[in-house]
Ligand binder design. Structure first.
Ligand SMILES: Cc1cc2nc3c(=O)[nH]c(=O)nc-3n(C[C@H](O)[C@H](O)[C@H](O)COP(=O)(O)OP(=O)(O)OC[C@H]3O[C@@H](n4cnc5c(N)ncnc54)[C@H](O)[C@@H]3O)c2cc1C
Ligand code: FES
Length: 327
């Protein structure tokens, strides 16, 4: 058993076999995380002292990160007492993770390779989550993660799901799934949710179905816009073709500066062309007074993290959910 110390005099004991993330969770402390497989870097933390070993390769860290002393708490086990330059998330009320049955209520094709899936949970059960969090779908021996795309406590859960050629869940959801099919869900999971901030600009970057948790967070902001009047909200939504941009914000209580972006120029497109992170930089928004929420492809998240920090965003103002493969 080793002691792990965080900022603000918070510490906990972690079993030698547990990852630091699991050790914290066992003590009811929440640290930032998403994929739990060492790929997405949501759980990145700087070690101030102590040693640990990685159970699997830390794919989510660059060589530069490693040299600077960063680790991924979801795959690291302590081998001595450890001090981390990391806050816990005790300011937020996270629901505990549970597994419950759900039934498919509706499947709607919303683009060539994306469906909107609606699940209903049993009427007597309550499934609370923070907008932005995800759940695991469990079917037979397979588990895949999907972000909840809506925020409405009384309604069904909605998801935007992309088809991956040859994918286990893609095959099921796009070819076999029927209304009233039973699907077990496990959640809510992850810490991609709206954080308290003094910063003026709240910027969302999304690619493809990465718009799902962003939509849920924006719905929450529209539902309770307390403190948002002085903020500027930006949404950069990127895809390859115009039909990839299958959703746009239409809210009455918040004003969202919506910038749709296509990575390739097409004849019928007169909007921005390029990558969402490049378009964000071209807008001359003061990044030192901004927080950024990025969701979607691993490449977009890694590039934007690096690029935006180089251009003035503080490291602790970048929150992300990378839709990495479970394979
Ligand atoms: C935290 C989190 C949230 C997610 N939320 C969503 C969501 O809201 N909507 C959504 O559409 N997807 C989401 N994903 C991705 C999703 O979990 C699956 O990876 C995806 O649906 C493919 O599953 P599959 O069973 O169809 O394919 P698999 O059988 O897992 O894989 C089939 C092939 O596709 C490739 N592949 C699988 N997943 C990806 C990927 N994400 N990127 C690139 N290549 C891939 C594999 O390498 C393999 O070659 C999320 C992932 C994570 C980690
Ligand atoms: S890399 Fe640790 S949660 Fe994704």
């Amino acid at each position: 058993m080793y002691q792990v110390s965080l900022k603000n005099d918070i510490s906990f004991y972690c079993e030698a076999n547990d990852t630091i993330l699991v050790g914290a969770q066992k003590q009811n402390l929440n640290l930032s995380y998403s994929c739990q497989t060492g790929r997405c870097q949501s759980c990145k933390a700087k070690v101030l002292s102590g040693t640990s070993i990685a159970k699997v390769d830390e794919i989510g860290l660059s060589e530069e990160d490693k040299k600077k002393g960063y680790i991924l708490t979801c795959v690291r086990t302590p081998t001595s007492d450890v001090v981390l330059d990391l806050d816990d998330l005790s300011d937020y009320k996270l629901e505990s993770i549970k597994t419950l049955p759900s039934k498919i209520n509706k499947i709607t094709k919303i683009s060539a390779d994306v469906i909107e899936l609606e699940l209903r949970t049993p009427p007597q059960s309550t499934f609370n989550y923070l907008p932005g969090q995800y759940v695991n779908f469990i079917k037979d021996d397979y588990k895949r993660s999907y972000s909840v795309a809506n925020y409405n406590k009384s309604s069904n859960l909605v998801f935007f799901i992309k088809k991956y050629p040859g994918g286990v869940f893609s095959n099921y959801l796009f070819n076999e799934a029927k209304i009233n099919d039973l699907l077990r869900i496990e959640g809510p999971i992850g810490t991609f949710f709206l954080r308290n901030t003094d910063k003026k600009n709240i910027i969302f970057l999304a690619t493809g179905t990465g718009i799902a948790p962003v939509k849920a967070i924006l719905e929450q902001m529209n539902d309770d816009n307390t403190g948002l009047m002085t903020k500027k909200i930006f949404l950069f939504f990127g895809g390859r073709f115009s039909e990839d941009l299958f959703w746009k914000p239409q809210f009455s209580n918040i004003n969202v500066n919506f910038i749709p972006v296509l990575s390739k120029n097409t004849e019928d497109w007169d909007g921005s062309t390029g990558y969402v992170q490049d378009i964000l930089l071209s807008k001359s928004i003061n990044l030192s007074d901004s927080v950024v929420y990025a969701c979607g492809s691993e490449n977009m998240i890694n590039d934007s993290n690096k690029m935006l920090i180089q251009n003035g965003l503080s490291e602790d103002s970048f929150y992300s959910d990378a839709f990495v493969s479970t394979k």
